[in-house]
Ligand binder design. Structure first.
Ligand code: GLC
Length: 478
C-alpha cells in the first residue's frame, strides 16, 4: 500500500505546532507496519542547511497556477527511514522577513501552488500513491482538484483521499476570485455545496467536502466539531459527513520523549527510579532562579501563548494561586498580551514564577521532567501533545475536559484510585483553581501521589494503536 502524506510542516525540518510532530512520527510508525508512506512538504528557506545539503533534485517541472506557469523543483531525501519530498520554489517559500512560515499576503497563492504541485508531482516520480493523506487547510484543495482536474487520468483515477483536521479554527478562507485566478476551477465551485464559505472560498471546506474520509485527532473533538460551539461554522457539513468522520488520537514519539533516555534533562529516571525525578526539580529551580526546595509543588506550562490554550483562566486566578506555597514555570511565545502579562507577573513574584517567553526545546524537556504538575486548561484542544508528554514523565496534568484532553487524562478518583491527572469541565477560572487546589492537597500525601504517578507513567501514549487504526482506514479505502 502506497500513501503520500501531505503537510505544511514536519519535524525535524520545520515546526510551528503539533502538526509537525504528527507529520514526522505517524509516517515513521506506519512504515514499521509495512505501509510505503512518504511525506511531502514545501521547501521553506528556514529549513536548516544540514538538511538542504542532503536533498537531491529529482526533477524540475512547470506547474500551472491560474494563468501562471511556475517552476517547481521536486527534491528528495530520507530521514530516519522515511522518504521525504520537498516542493521547491523560492518565490513562494524563500521568505526571510521574520514572519516565519505562515501569515503572508499571498497565502492563497502559495498554498494553491503547493496543492497543485503535489498533484503534478505524481506524474513525474516513480511513486504512484493509492491514497493521498492531507492535513489541515494548507492541503485542503488537493481533494477537490484531484476530482475536478485529474479524474480521467490513469495515474490518478484510482487515488483515494483522506483529510485530517488538526485544528478547525484555521480554515484558509479567501476571496472567490482565487477559483479562476489560482486554482483553474470554474465559478460553479462558488457554491454552498462545493467550496463557497461565507461569501469566500475555504480550503478547509474543500478538504472536508471532497475527501473520501475525514479524520481528526481525538474522538471527543470529532464529536465536538459537529456542534455549533466548536464547529467554526462547519458543524453542519461535518454532521453531514458524520459517517465518514473518525477521531483517532495522536501519540507521541517514544524515542524523543523518554525520561529514561532523554539527553536534554538533568537526570534520567523511570517509574522504578522515580526518586531521581526530584534532582531535575532542584536543578530547574536553580536555573530559573527559584528557591531550591523539594517540598514546594512546581507547576509547569509549556504552550503557545494563544487564547485557545485557556491562558485567560490562568491569568484570572494567578494572584490567588501565587499567594499559596507553590512555584510555576512558564515557557512559550505567542500573543503579545500573554507574553507581557506573564513577564509582569514574574517580576511581581520573582520567587514563585519564572516566565520564559521563548521557544526552546531543551528547556521544554527539562520542564516536563522537573515539574510535579502540568497545567493545560484549553478552551478547545483537538488532541494536545503536551499532556501526553507530561504523563510519560510522571508530571500530573491538570486539564479542562475538552477534545484530546478529555480522551487522554482521567481525573483521579480517590475511591477507586483510578486516574492519571486532574480535570474540570466548565470554562471557568475558579473551577480550574478548585481543581488545582485538589491536586495540591493530594500532593501532600506522597503515597497517594505516587499511585497517581504510576497510573500516569504506566499508560500507553505511543503511536502503536493509532497507527494501526490509520492503517485499517487506509485498507478500507483501497
Ligand atoms: C494542532 C492542535 C493540537 C494537536 C496538533 C496535532 O496543533 O491544536 O491539539 O495536538 O494539531 O494534531
Amino acid at each position: 500500500m502506497k500513501v503520500l502524506y501531505v503537510a505544511s510542516e514536519a519535524v525535524p525540518f520545520i515546526k510551528t505546532g503539533g502538526l509537525a510532530d504528527v507529520a514526522f512520527s505517524l509516517p515513521k510508525e506506519l512504515r514499521k507496519t509495512g505501509v510505503d508512506i512518504r511525506v511531502v512538504i514545501p521547501k521553506y528557506s528556514a529549513i536548516a542547511e544540514e538538511f538542504k545539503k542532503e536533498m537531491v533534485l529529482l526533477k524540475s517541472i512547470e506547474v500551472p497556477v491560474g494563468w501562471r506557469e511556475q517552476y517547481c523543483g521536486i527534491e528528495y531525501m530520507e530521514y530516519e527511514g522515511v522518504p521525504y519530498y520537498f516542493i521547491d520554489n523560492e518565490y513562494y517559500f524563500k521568505r526571510d522577513s521574520g514572519y516565519g512560515v505562515y501569515g503572508y499576503y499571498d497565502e492563497a497563492e502559495r498554498f494553491s501552488f503547493f496543492n497543485k504541485s503535489v498533484l503534478e508531482m505524481i506524474k513525474h516520480i516513480d511513486f504512484k500513491p493509492d491514497i493521498i493523506h492531507c492535513n489541515d487547510w494548507h492541503t485542503g484543495m488537493i481533494s477537490p482538484l484531484l476530482k475536478a482536474q485529474y479524474s480521467e487520468d490513469k495515474d490518478y483515477k484510482n487515488i483515494k483521499t483522506i483529510f485530517t483536521i488538526h485544528n478547525l479554527k484555521y480554515q484558509g478562507i479567501f476571496s472567490s476570485e482565487i477559483l479562476g485566478d489560482l486554482l483553474n476551477l470554474g465559478s460553479e465551485y462558488n457554491h454552498i455545496e462545493k467550496l463557497e464559505f461565507n461569501g469566500g472560498v475555504s480550503f478547509m471546506k474543500g478538504g472536508i467536502n471532497y475527501s473520501d474520509i475525514v479524520t481528526t485527532v481525538s474522538k471527543s473533538y470529532a464529536e465536538e466539531i459537529q456542534c455549533e460551539y466548536y464547529g467554526e461554522k462547519l458543524d453542519g457539513l461535518l454532521r453531514k459527513r458524520g459517517k465518514d468522520l473518525f477521531g483517532i488520537v495522536n501519540g507521541i514519539d517514544y524515542d524523543i520523549y523518554n525520561p529514561e533516555k532523554d539527553s536534554f534533562i538533568y537526570e534520567n529516571y523511570n517509574i522504578d527510579s522515580f526518586d531521581k525525578k526530584i534532582k531535575n526539580k532542584l536543578k530547574l529551580q536553580e536555573a530559573m532562579n527559584l528557591p531550591q526546595r523539594e517540598d514546594v509543588p512546581l507547576i509547569g506550562i509549556v504552550s503557545r501563548l494563544d487564547s485557545m490554550k485557556g491562558l485567560d483562566l490562568v491569568v484570572h486566578i494567578l494572584d490567588e494561586l501565587l499567594a499559596k506555597d507553590v512555584q510555576m514555570v512558564v515557557l512559550g511565545t505567542g500573543d503579545q498580551y500573554f507574553e507581557s502579562i506573564f513577564r509582569n507577573f514574574a517580576s511581581r513574584y520573582p520567587h514563585k514564577l519564572s516566565s520564559n517567553i521563548l521557544f526552546n526545546t531543551s528547556l521544554a524537556h527539562k520542564i516536563y521532567a522537573s515539574c510535579d504538575m502540568f497545567l493545560m486548561p484549553s478552551r478547545f484542544e483537538p488532541c494536545g501533545l503536551s499532556q501526553l508528554i507530561a504523563l510519560r514523565y510522571g508530571t500530573l496534568p491538570i486539564v479542562r475536559e475538552t477534545g484530546g484532553l478529555n480522551d487522554t487524562v482521567k481525573s483521579f478518583n480517590e475511591f477507586t484510585m483510578e486516574g492519571n491527572g486532574f480535570s474540570f469541565k466548565n470554562y471557568n477560572a475558579h473551577d480550574m483553581l478548585f481543581t488545582i487546589n485538589r491536586a495540591l492537597e493530594y500532593y501532600k500525601d506522597r503515597t497517594v501521589w505516587y499511585e497517581i504517578v504510576k497510573n500516569a507513567m504506566n499508560g500507553d501514549y505511543s503511536w502503536k494503536v493509532s497507527a494501526q487504526t490509520y492503517e485499517e482506514l487506509y485498507l478500507k479505502l483501497i
